[in-house]
Design a binder for this molecule. Structure first.
Ligand code: FAD
Length: 607
């Protein structure tokens, strides 16, 4: 029987519906639509990215926050962080958080994914999918590990040209024992070293997951400014199937759109669990408290929330032109920076002002710390669960003053200049939750990160800050140019003991915007796992989740490259394909014999 496909979702059925056109969702939808036999609809709550210049001008990222292009979620107070609430921005537009992130491509180590212990998701396989996503462009000065990079993906990536301060910080990192290896954040094989992080930036413009959606055929429909309320489930007991989605358009009108084959939820780690919960998939008692009928009792939905915490440590230097402050904050400088980007695709707004990067193990530094020494551990692992091949922490520097909105003490760029070294905690032990505020899809979720609730997180992050301070204050490249802390009223540059840093951490640790784990994959015998190894929601046919919520553990890196890999892998799982580790794609299963033809009025017909 022939069915007609128009690009008007209100009156249509599609083979696949992807709920959320963010990082993983855009990749997945585009890959599914490469098969002309598939009709695919992407539903995105936010605007089309082409309406938002700051998704292309990399330096405009923070201008998207607190606007309607941000989900504007703020966490519940975290007692471990002195009761502070943290603004945890997410991109709300086509491309999602890939359009407002820091552009860093830091994959983590292969061991991170091996530790998931899930068939099909080993380090080799996940790295293979990250490579598949990439179209890497080198630079003369950058010693690339060519075998690790992809050159045929849809995501253009290149290294970042450093400001002078960043070269000095790299020199300081080396002098403090971190071995130099330019491309270590792609290879993931150096847990104690320093180098350069490639960026999702190319020729002066940000590249995002929305790039995947460009120039696709008419079998890919995109519906923006439309919010997925819930997935409609039919059947009962062991025969429950996802058949349609209920959406709200921008005027608040409700529609149902049917899926012939599958529905994939890609709303990100904060929103995917809420779509499942509103659909009646989640902890029974929690659903009952919102008057939602529980169709599938899965206690793990919205649990296991993780994030990487970072601490910005700012310093002041009187030496001019080492940082980029003069290019941004001197009178009229911002206007010129904007002109440079707009007309010439160069200047400080054409890239992200992070500079030098390092990974570090802290075994020796923490060896005599009682909390660390006495903490339980498995054989071959440290108390955080990491092997010696995985870093405990990351360092990265900013090439000017800036950061989340609470950082408002701008230097003038003429007589005052500031930069920071950021310390990032890997393998956090603290866990939080995402729950519903109500069954109303226009309400944001209740996000409780419970930051720093575990003492080990405080110990490791405060030691990371101590190490970072030694790099800047004692390191060869920077020891002679640091005037003191920034703002100048602060004295953290004088801290020497780990204990000095504990209040600093509790007062200042903030999000690295890496939430994950809230719809985790897991083995059949884990009652808290939401998905099986093929991203299928347990107990429901025709429903998967694909975004960073599926990660059972965070990587020791940043989360956009895994998000791209999850989108790529989800598409292969659905298409019955797998990735040969050489980088080629092989089809292994035969698919349904649909033939798609275009009829006279441009409508696709599925026979
Ligand atoms: C400020 C910031 C800086 C970051 N910096 C870096 C970095 O430098 N390097 C790095 O590796 N990672 C970074 N990250 C993290 C990285 O960008 C994310 O981990 C990744 O993009 C998440 O992808 P995702 O597909 O899980 O979610 P998202 O990309 O957030 O996609 C979710 C999409 O679903 C949509 N959606 C949600 N609910 C609904 C609904 N009900 N109906 C319809 N649509 C819905 C959203 O609008 C969004 O478009 C950063 C993130 C942020 C926010």
């Amino acid at each position: 029987m022939a069915s007609h496909i128009t690009l008007e979702p209100e009156s249509s059925e599609y083979d696949y519906i992807v709920c959320g056109g963010g990082t993983s969702g855009s990749v997945l939808a585009a890959r599914l639509a490469e098969d002309p036999n598939n009709s695919v609809l992407v539903i995105e709550a936010g605007q089309h990215n082409s309406l938002l210049e700051n998704t292309v001008m990399t330096g405009g990222w923070s201008q998207l926050f607190d606007t309607e292009a941000d989900w504007n979620i703020t966490t519940e107070p975290s007692p471990g962080a002195n009761g502070r609430q943290v603004k945890v921005s997410r991109g709300k537009f086509l491309g999602g958080s890939s359009g407002c992130n820091g552009t860093l491509c830091i994959r983590g180590t292969k061991q991170d994914y091996d530790d998931w212990n899930i068939p099909g998701w080993s380090g080799d396989e996940v790295f293979g999918y990250m490579k598949k996503a990439e179209n890497f462009h080198g630079k003369k000065w950058f010693k690339a590990d060519d075998a690790a990079h992809g050159n045929s993906g849809l995501l253009d990536i290149e290294p970042h040209d450093l400001a002078p301060i960043s070269n000095m910080i790299l020199e300081s990192m080396e002098s403090q024992g971190l071995t130099r290896q330019d491309d270590m954040f792609t290879t993931g094989d150096n847990p104690h070293g320093c180098g350069h992080a490639p960026r999702t930036v190319y020729k002066g413009d940000r590249t995002t997951a929305a790039n995947y959606l460009v120039n696709k055929g008419p079998n890919l429909a995109i519906k923006t400014e439309t919010t997925v309320d819930k997935v409609i489930l039919e059947g009962s007991g062991s025969d429950i199937r996802a058949t349609a989605v209920k959406v709200l358009d921008k005027d608040g009108k409700e529609h149902e759109i049917k899926a012939r084959k599958e529905i994939i939820v890609s709303g990100g780690a904060y929103c995917s669990p809420t779509i499942l919960l509103r659909s009646g998939i989640g902890p029974k008692s929690e659903l009952a408290s919102h008057g939602i009928d529980c169709k599938v009792d899965i206690p793990g939905v919205g649990k296991n929330l993780m994030d990487h915490l970072i601490v910005f440590i700012y310093y002041s230097t009187t030496k001019p032109n080492l940082t980029n402050d003069h290019l941004l904050y001197k009178p009229n400088a911002f206007g010129e920076a904007y002109r440079q980007w707009k007309e010439e695709k160069r200047g400080p707004l054409s890239t992200f002002p992070f500079g030098a990067f390092g990974f570090a193990r802290l075994d020796d530094r923490l060896a005599n710390e009682p909390i660390w020494k006495n903490a339980p551990r498995k054989e071959g692992r440290d108390p955080m669960g990491l092997t010696p091949s995985q870093p405990n922490i990351e360092f990265f520097s900013t090439e000017c003053y800036g950061g989340p909105k609470q950082y408002t003490d701008y230097p003038d760029g003429e007589t005052t200049h500031a930069f920071s070294l950021i310390a990032e905690l890997f393998a956090p032990q603290s866990r939080g939750t995402v729950t519903l505020k109500s069954a109303d899809p226009s309400h944001n979720p209740v996000v409780n990160h419970n930051y720093l609730s575990e003492e080990l997180d405080v110990v490791v992050l405060s030691e990371a800050c101590r190490f970072a301070n030694e790099i800047i204050i004692q390191g060869k490249g920077t020891k002679d140019i640091v005037e003191g802390s920034w703002p100048k009223t602060l004295t953290h540059h004088k801290h020497t003991k780990r204990e000095d840093w504990v209040p600093f951490v509790r007062d200042n640790a903030t999000t690295c915007y890496h939430p994950g784990g809230t719809c985790k994959m897991g083995p059949d015998n884990d009652p808290m796992s939401v998905l099986d190894a093929e991203l299928r929601v347990r107990g429901v046919k025709g429903l998967r989740v694909a975004d960073t919520s599926v990660m059972p553990l965070l990587n020791q890196g940043h989360t956009q490259m895994p998000a791209y890999a999850i989108g790529e892998k989800a598409a292969d799982l659905i298409k019955g394909q797998f990735l040969e580790l050489s980088g080629e794609v092989n089809e292994v299963k035969s698919k349904g014999a649909h033939v798609m033809e275009q009829n006279g009025n441009g409508t696709l017909v599925l026979n």
